[in-house]
Design a protein. Structure first.
Length: 587
C-alpha cells in the first residue's frame, strides 16, 4: 500500500505520518503496541471467543470527542482502503477474522464473525470458515453464509473501485479479476462452488488454484467486512451501511461531523477484541494536525474528553508535548507501517554502479528532517519495516546509519568507475512544503556527488499517477510503501516483481530481475510464516545490495495525544495508531 510523500491520506488501511511522531513514548501503560512486532500467529477457536478482556479501570458511559482532519469518503466496507476509514471500520464493521491486541500488547489473528482464524487444507488452496452463533447486523438480522458470499461476490461489481483486491485476484488466479463475475451478483449470477462454497447457513469455503497461506490476514482487512445481502443498496450503501460492530452511525454530514452510538444488536460474547465503553463518539472534521494538537494539548473544557483516530501531533507541537510531563503521559507513540524510499527508474538508470552512487550520496537525515527528525521516523537500511516478522535490526548495507548525511566521496568514486561523471538526473518530487525542502537537500547532495540534477516539481494530488507511468521521464522519485498485513508478502511482490511493470502498477523502479521473480514465487508457497519471514528478509537484502532499485530512507513513526479524561489509550501496530475499541471516559 502506497503512502503519499506529502503526509496526505494514503491508499491504505493506515495513516502516513510524514512527521509528528516521537522517538519516545508517553507512560509505559499507554504504549502496549509501540514496540517492534514479531510474528502474528493464527489463533484457534478458544482464543476467538468473546468477550474481550476488560481494559484496566474502564468504565461505561460518556461521549468521546474525536478530532479528524479528513472526512470519510467511503463507508461501504468494499470501498475502504485508507487510514481513517479503516480506523472507523474497527468500530462499525466486522469481518471473518480480525487482528487482536491483548492487554499485554501481543497480537494474534482471531476469528471475528468466524469461530477461528480459518481451517487450512489442500496445502493452503482451501480455507474453511464457520460463522459464530448470534452475530447480527444492526437491524437484528442474522449474519449468514449468504451474506458472506454476497460480500465477496459484490467485490466484482464495477462500482467497487477503491478497496483491496487480494482475494478477488486469488479467486480468479489473475490480477485482472472482474471477468470472473462481471457486474457482481446483482443479476442472479454467482461464483461456482469450485471457487466459493456455502453448503449451509454457517459455512463458507474458499477454493484457490494456488496456495494462499496469508488468507487469515487478508480476511482481517476492513475491505472484506460483512455486507447484508438483503439490505445492499449498491452505490448508496457507501453512505448508509449496515453496522455489525459495537457502534452504528447515528448521523453523518460529509465534511462536517459524524455521530456513532451503541449498536444494541452487537453481542460482546461473540467478539474477542472490541469493547463498547462510551455511549457515543462525536467526530468532527477539518481539524489540521496543528489545530487538533493544540486543542488537545490545552486540556481545557471539552478537549479533556477529546482524542483523534488518525491525526498526529504536528512537528511544531512535539517539543511542547515532550517538555510537559503531564502532556507526555497523555501520548501514545509507535511505528507506522510505512517505509520511505526513493525509486530509481531502471529503464533509464541501467548501470548498477550509478544506482549505488545515488544510494551512497542520498542524505537520508535531511530527507527525514522536515517531518520532525527522530520524531517522525527512524533512519532505514532496508525496505522491510520493524513491524514485520523477519526484520533485522541494524541492517545497514550502505553505511547510511553511520553517515546519514550521505557519503559524497564514495558516490564520486562509484560514478567515476562507471564513467558517468556529470550524468544528468531528472529528480521528481511532490509540491508540498516538506517535499520541497527535501528536494533541495537531495539535489544538493547528488550534485556534490557529481550528478547534473534537474528538479521536476509535480502536483501532490496526482504525484503517484505521474510517477506510476512506465514512460514517466524521471530518473529518481520518492515512493513510500506500507504492508497491508504483517507479512513482507505485501511489500516485496508488489514493489519488485518484474512481471508487474505497467502503468499504475507499484513496481515504481521498473525492476525486472529473474532471481527476484523466482524467489517471490518460491517464498510465497512457504506455509510456515516464520520461515517465510526469514526468506523475505534475505530477498530484501539481495534487492537492496545486488540490484539496488531503491534507496531506503526511514521507517515512519508518529505520536498521538488525548485529553486527560480519555482512558484506555494504547498504540495499535496493526492500525498504525490509537486503538479506538479500548477507549473509555474517566468518570
Amino acid at each position: 500500500m502506497v503512502a503519499l510523500a506529502t503526509g496526505a491520506l494514503l491508499l491504505t488501511a493506515c495513516s502516513s505520518g510524514g512527521g509528528g511522531g516521537s522517538g519516545e513514548t508517553g507512560d509505559g501503560e499507554n504504549n502496549g503496541g509501540a514496540e517492534q512486532q514479531g510474528l502474528v500467529g493464527f489463533a484457534d477457536a478458544k482464543a476467538s471467543v468473546g468477550p474481550a478482556e476488560d481494559v484496566k479501570g474502564a468504565q461505561p458511559g460518556g461521549t468521546i470527542r474525536v478530532l479528524q482532519r479528513d472526512s470519510f469518503a467511503h463507508l461501504d466496507p468494499a470501498q475502504i482502503y485508507v487510514s481513517d476509514e479503516g480506523m472507523l471500520a474497527t468500530l462499525i464493521h466486522r469481518r471473518l477474522t480480525t487482528i487482536k491486541m491483548d492487554n499485554k500488547g501481543e497480537y494474534s489473528v482471531v476469528g471475528d464473525l468466524a469461530t477461528d482464524s480459518g481451517k487450512r487444507s489442500d496445502d493452503g488452496r482451501t480455507w474453511t470458515y464457520t460463522l459464530k452463533d448470534n452475530v447480527k447486523f444492526e437491524d437484528g438480522s442474522p449474519i449468514t453464509s449468504k451474506d458472506i458470499r454476497h460480500t465477496f461476490e459484490r467485490q466484482f461489481a464495477d462500482f467497487i473501485t477503491e478497496g483491496p483486491t487480494f482475494v478477488q485476484s486469488w479467486m480468479a488466479d489473475n490480477p485482472s479479476y472482474r471477468d470472473l463475475l462481471p457486474g457482481g451478483p446483482y443479476k442472479g449470477d454467482h461464483l461456482p462452488d469450485s471457487i466459493l462454497e456455502t453448503p449451509d447457513d454457517k459455512t463458507i469455503i474458499f477454493h484457490f488454484k494456488k496456495p494462499q497461506n496469508d488468507m487469515p490476514y487478508a480476511m482481517s482487512m476492513a475491505g472484506y467486512a460483512a455486507v447484508s445481502a438483503e439490505k445492499d443498496t449498491k452505490k448508496k450503501y457507501d453512505k448508509d451501511p449496515l453496522a455489525s460492530g459495537p457502534y452504528k452511525i447515528q448521523s453523518f454530514q460529509q465534511g462536517k461531523s459524524m455521530s456513532l452510538v451503541r449498536n444494541a444488536e452487537w453481542d460482546p460474547k461473540t467478539d474477542p477484541s472490541r469493547h463498547q465503553y462510551p455511549e457515543k463518539f462525536e467526530i468532527t472534521f477539518n481539524h489540521q494536525y496543528d489545530d487538533s494538537s493544540k486543542r488537545i494539548l490545552s486540556d481545557t473544557g471539552e478537549n479533556q474528553r477529546a482524542t483523534t483516530f488518525t491525526n498526529q501531533v504536528d512537528a511544531s507541537t512535539v517539543p511542547q508535548v515532550m517538555s510537559n510531563a503531564e502532556a507526555k503521559k497523555r501520548t501514545v507513540s509507535g511505528y507506522q507501517s510505512y517505509v520511505a524510499m526513493f525509486a530509481m527508474n531502471m529503464e533509464r538508470i541501467k548501470d548498477h554502479k550509478v544506482r549505488l552512487a545515488i544510494a551512497h550520496a542520498m542524505p537520508i537525515k535531511s530527507v527525514l528532517a522536515p517531518y520532525g527528525g527522530s520524531a517522525g521516523g527512524e533512519l532505514a537500511g532496508g525496505t522491510i519495516s520493524p513491524l514485520l516478522p523477519g526484520y533485522e535490526k541494524g541492517y545497514d548495507p550502505f553505511g547510511k546509519l553511520k553517515k546519514p548525511g550521505g557519503d559524497p566521496e564514495k558516490a564520486k568514486q562509484l560514478l567515476k568507475e562507471a564513467g558517468k561523471e556529470g550524468m544528468k538526473l531528472t529528480y521528481a518530487f511532490a509540491n508540498s512544503n516538506e517535499d520541497q525542502q527535501v528536494a533541495v537537500a537531495v539535489a544538493d547532495a547528488l550534485s556534490e556527488a557529481g550528478f547534473d540534477v534537474q528538479r521536476k516539481e509535480l502536483p501532490a494530488d496526482t504525484y503517484y499517477d505521474l510517477v506510476g507511468k512506465v514512460d514517466n521521464g524521471y530518473d529518481i522519485y520518492r515512493n513510500n510503501w506500507g504492508h497491508d498485513w504483517v507479512s513482507a508478502s505485501t511489500v516485496i511482490p508488489p514493489l519488485f516483481d518484474g512481471r508487474k511493470v505497467a502503468d499504475g502498477a507499484n513496481n515504481y523502479s521498473h525492476v525486472k530481475d529473474e532471481k527476484i521473480n523466482s524467489e517471490i514465487d518460491r517464498i510465497s508457497a512457504i506455509a510456515d510464516p516464520e520461515k517465510a519471514a526469514e526468506e523475505w528478509f534475505e530477498l530484501n537484502k539481495y534487492i537492496v545490495e545486488e540490484v539496488t532499485p531503491v534507496v531506503p530512507a526511514y521507517y515512519y513513526k508518529q505520536m498521538q495525544i488525548s485529553g486527560s479524561k480519555i482512558g484506555g489509550a494504547v498504540y495499535n501496530n496493526d492500525l498504525s495508531g490509537i486503538d479506538p475499541t479500548k477507549l473509555y471516559i474517566k468518570q
